[in-house]
Design a protein around this ligand. Structure first.
Ligand code: ZN
Ligand code: ZN
Length: 343
C-alpha cells in the first residue's frame, strides 16, 4: 500500500486506487463477478490476534441462550433491539462514523458530531478513527487486494473473520496519517484512540443502561428483587443482545451487500443493493448506490429505496442541527447507471 504522506486521502473525492481502471472494467465486462482475492497482505500467521475483539464477540454470542430464560426475557427487550439499533447504530455508526466522519456527507456543530461519535462507540465497533481508516481503505480497494474485508476472500472473512486479526498495514502511523489525519485532529477521536478508552466508554454506557433498568424496576415493582431483575433484563437486551444484533446488521453490509442484491450502477466492485440489510440498517444496505457515489448522505436513490438514516438527517436539517447535506451527484451517477435493457 502506498503510504506516502503526500498521497493524503481526501474524503471530498471518490478516491479510487490508481491501479484499477481498464483492468477492472475488463474483468467486469468479462464476468458478472470479480475473481477471488487472497487475504490482505497485512494479515498472515504472524498477525496478532485481537483478543479484545475475539473475547467479547464470542462471549456475547455464548450468552444468547440465556436471554431466552424467563428471568432475562422480555418482549420489551426484543422491541429495544430495533430502537437501540436505530439510536446507537443507525445514528451513531451510519450517520456518525460513516456518512459524517468517513465521507463528510454533511456538516454539523462540534458538539453534535461528538454526540454522534459517542453513540457510535456504544455499538462496540472500534474507535472512530480506526473504523474510518478501515472503511476508507475499503472504498479505495473494494473487492481487490488489499480491501480489509471483501467476501472475495470468503463470506466468513468479510462478515467477521477480518475483525480478529491485526492487519499490520492498517495499524501503522503512516496509515493513520494518510487516511484519517482529519479524524485524528479531533480531540475526542484522539482520546478514544488511546489505549482502550473507546472500550471504557462502551462499558460505562452498559452500566448506565443497567442502572436505568434497575431504577425503573424499583419504581415499577417496589422491591429490590424487582430492581435486580429489571437491571438484568436491560443489560441482557439493551446492551448484550442489542450489540450482537447490530454487529450482524452492520457486518452484513461488508458480506451480504457485496454478494447478494441488485445493482443500479456499474461500479468497479461487486457492491449490491440488498433490501433486507437496507431495512435492517435503516439505509446502509443500498450499498451499490453508496459505492457509486460515496460522498452523498443519501444512500436510497429510487423512491422505494427507503433510507431512514437519510430521512433522519433531513429532519435534523430542518431543526438546524445538521446542514450542507451532500445530495446525489446526478451527472456522475447517470454515467454509471445500468439501464434495465442492458442489464
Ligand atoms: Zn462496500
Ligand atoms: Zn462508505
Amino acid at each position: 500500500m502506498n503510504t506516502s504522506p503526500t498521497n493524503q486521502y481526501d474524503p471530498a473525492q471518490d478516491q479510487l486506487a490508481p491501479e484499477y481502471g481498464a483492468e477492472v472494467a475488463a474483468q467486469n465486462a468479462a464476468s458478472d463477478k470479480l475473481p477471488r482475492v487472497p487475504y490482505p497482505a497485512g494479515v498472515d500467521r504472524q498477525s496478532r490476534i485481537f483478543w479484545e475483539y475475539v473475547i467479547p464477540v464470542i462471549g456475547f454470542h455464548l450468552l444468547i441462550p440465556f436471554a431466552f430464560f424467563e428471568y432475562f426475557f422480555s418482549w420489551w427487550g426484543v422491541g429495544f433491539l430495533f430502537l437501540g439499533n436505530y439510536i446507537f447504530t443507525s445514528i451513531g455508526i451510519g450517520a456518525g462514523y460513516h456518512r459524517l466522519l468517513t465521507h463528510r456527507g454533511f456538516k454539523c456543530s462540534k458538539w453534535f458530531e461528538h454526540l454522534l461519535t459517542l453513540l457510535g462507540v456504544c455499538s462496540f465497533q472500534d474507535s472512530p478513527a480506526r473504523w474510518v481508516l478501515i472503511h476508507r481503505v475499503h472504498h479505495q480497494h473494494s473487492d481487490h487486494q488489499p480491501d480489509p474485508h471483501t467476501p472475495k476472500v470468503s463470506a466468513y472473512w468479510a462478515h467477521v473473520g477480518w475483525l480478529f486479526y491485526d492487519n499490520r498495514e492498517l495499524s501503522t502511523a503512516a496509515a493513520y496519517d494518510r487516511y484519517v489525519r482529519d479524524v485524528m485532529r479531533d480531540p475526542l477521536c484522539l482520546w478514544l484512540q488511546r489505549g482502550l478508552n473507546w472500550v471504557w466508554v462502551y462499558l460505562i454506557h452498559a452500566v448506565l443502561i443497567t442502572l436505568l433498568g434497575a431504577a425503573t424496576g424499583l419504581i415499577v415493582t417496589g422491591t429490590l428483587a424487582g430492581a435486580l431483575q429489571w437491571g438484568a433484563v436491560w443489560l441482557m437486551w439493551g446492551v448484550i443482545m442489542r450489540t450482537v444484533f447490530t454487529w450482524h446488521v452492520t457486518w452484513g453490509i461488508n458480506s451480504a451487500a457485496h454478494m447478494w442484491g441488485y445493482r443500479n450502477y456499474e461500479t468497479r466492485e461487486d457492491s449490491r443493493n440488498n433490501w433486507l440489510f437496507a431495512l435492517l440498517t435503516n439505509g446502509e444496505g443500498w450499498h451499490n448506490n453508496h459505492h457509486a457515489d460515496p460522498r452523498t448522505a443519501q444512500h436510497g436513490h429510487r423512491w422505494w429505496e427507503i433510507d431512514v438514516t437519510y430521512a433522519t438527517l433531513v429532519v435534523l436539517e430542518k431543526f438546524g442541527l445538521v446542514w450542507d447535506l451532500v445530495r446525489p451527484n446526478k451527472s456522475a451517477l447517470n454515467r454509471k447507471e445500468i439501464h434495465q435493457s442492458a442489464a
